[in-house]
Write a protein that binds this ligand. Structure first.
Ligand code: SAM
Length: 257
């Protein structure tokens, strides 16, 4: 077998494996084979990454990264490409983790992938220099709890956050307090709102709470993050700030783990 034939064989094997591991949400080029060439959002998430990649340090040498809801591993791999010392990807879905492991291995990156829910991040037992929490919040039935837990247990410095947003994009400062008789404030488009999806949105039964822009920002602040940059419509770069006392006591103190 000559080299060209060998390459064709490798490509065929990669192609078969990609097919067996599918369907993929992350479109990546693995040895010349695309994992999700017909993605309804286009070349996703590369097209999104291009819009905010400049806002994340280009050199992550020496840094640790946690990618929560890592899916097929696109962002974990990009962080490794930026030289991160250690990258850990977690997801609750074993099928996505299998994709992520295959992608990282094929591209020659050493990344740890664990099956773990965002609600269990305390089990990791460490803080990371950079935490990525992208595209997960609206899939959760307990979104603020997840942010509280991230802040309490794993966020060490920087958080890269993204959520689908719907409703008004207006944002205005809210007052410290409002009288009980104040009603109109809740009808204002710029008031933080989480839209509850009782049935389905976009045919996806895992969409639960979709924030408007004001709510996405207010929830980040409320969980103890300081918004430093907003490089893309849905993406926020945050630093750790002060967390409300006892905001994330979960499981309750004294409960068996
Ligand atoms: C829309 S995808 C986003 C993937 C990737 N972070 C991105 O931005 O392209 C949502 C991911 O979150 C994962 N996920 C949903 N609920 C989760 C949970 N409770 N804990 C960990 N991962 C979760 C899903 O399995 C899926 O891989």
């Amino acid at each position: 077998m000559n080299m060209t034939e060998g390459r064709v064989l490798d490509r065929d094997r990669t192609s078969e494996r990609i097919k067996a591991l599918g369907p993929w949400f992350h479109n990546m080029n693995l040895e010349g084979v695309w994992t999700a060439p017909d993605h309804p959002l286009g070349d996703y998430p590369a097209m999104k990454w291009k819009r905010f990649s400049y806002a994340i340090p280009a050199d992550l040498s020496g840094k640790s990264v946690l990618d929560i809801g890592c899916n097929g591993g696109f962002y974990s791999i990009e962080m490794k490409r930026r030289g991160a010392r250690r990258v850990v990807g977690i997801d609750h879905d074993p099928d996505y983790l299998a994709q992520a492991r295959f992608a990282a291995q094929t591209l020659g990156h050493e990344i740890e992938f664990h099956q773990l829910s965002v609600y269990d991040v305390a089990r990791l037992g460490e803080r990371f220099d950079l935490v990525i929490f992208m595209g997960v919040l609206y899939h959760l039935r307990h979104p603020l709890l997840a942010l509280d837990l991230i802040r309490a247990h794993v966020a060490g410095d920087m958080l890269v956050f993204q959520s689908m947003q719907r409703g008004s994009r207006e944002v205005n400062a809210v007052a410290e307090d409002y009288p009980f008789a104040e009603n109109g404030i809740f009808d204002r488009p710029d008031y933080p709102k989480l839209h509850f999806v009782e049935k389905r949105y976009a045919q996806d039964p895992t969409n639960w709470f979709v924030p408007n822009r004001a709510a996405a920002e207010a929830m980040l602040r409320s969980a103890g993050f300081v918004i430093k940059a907003h490089p893309e419509e849905e993406v926020y770069i945050c630093r750790c700030g002060t967390q409300l006392e006892d905001a994330a006591v979960y499981p309750p103190r004294g409960a068996a783990r």
